[in-house]
Design a protein around this ligand. Sequence first.
Ligand code: TRP
Length: 364
Amino acid sequence: MAKKVMLTGDRPTGRLHIGHYVGSLRRRVELQSDPSYDRIFIMIADAQALTDNADNPDKLRENVLEVTLDYLAAGIDPDKVNIFIQSAVPELTELAFYFMNLTTVSRVQRNPTVKTEIQMRNFEANIPLGFFCYPVSQAADITLFHGTVVPVGEDQKPMIELTNEIVRRFNATYGEVLNEASILLPDNKACMRLPGTDGKAKMSKSLGNCIYLSDTQEEVEKKIKSMYTDPTHLRVSDPGHLEANAVFTYLDAFCQDEHFAKYWPEYKNLDELKEHYTRGGLGDMKCKMFLNKIMQEMLEPIRERRKYWEQHIPEVYQILERGTAAAREVGQQTIREVREAMRINYLEDQQLQQSQSQKYSQTL
Ligand code: TRP
């Protein structure tokens, strides 16, 4: 049976927030104990982060550790998962270079995620070539490890599609060496694209609308209290609206029926709460305080684990070292297969040397 390999990663450009958590991290923690996975890799994508942070390597230098701490705090078990650093696996760069021959500039230009990023970074007139190629490098990230399942957010869908196109092209050209991968999306819409506390499109550091996994209890409470709700819900008695109401989107992402039994037994479930809110007579602050309880319950053990790892930094680096060594071992094996299939394995191919010697010995 084909192996089941989970591969995923994050750019180390800042601490991880609850959008990362519901978008993919929570899933990875659940799946690390699923025995059907043969191997699990989580990559700290520092080389990819450099493609739009070339002038600020210190930011990444800091955040490689922060992101690793966030993983461990969230419950990633380093005995089950190989956490590794992208730039420390040069086989990735090699594979990406070969992949660049198997796709086109116009194919990458049509990638909607890349398009948005180019706009956001004002790259239109001057796209750095490395940045432009990152989707191709991401295809290498996934295939070098024979990744079959990639748990990521919706914005990464075009990357997985491109990966599979490249894989098909590679296999058709050089022989079946690589396998296709499937994306594993969060199971509900709220988790897919968690808005920021200001209700804006997406939680992101540059907008300053994040709740970080490492925020203190007080910080989280303060952020929740000032969250965007329904601007037309002026008096408690007014009917409230759920659309674009960040508090209710967060409840969709985080709330379970048990939370009502535990913290707000007047309601059985979220549907009942929503019904009361839209009817009118339910204040925003009450909903926010309920959300706060749910968030604190979720974040408290994450904070506690982070405290532990913060006191064990050398051990954290050992985890990265072990994970990276394991990743390189798999990477080297794949590269050997790739080079052989591509017929560029001159130095390892005894047969090639023999047959060429023979060819010329006959001309004597
Ligand atoms: N592009 C991803 C992000 O911005 C990070 C990433 C790099 C990744 N390589 C990957 C994710 C491979 C999944 C698989 O979050």
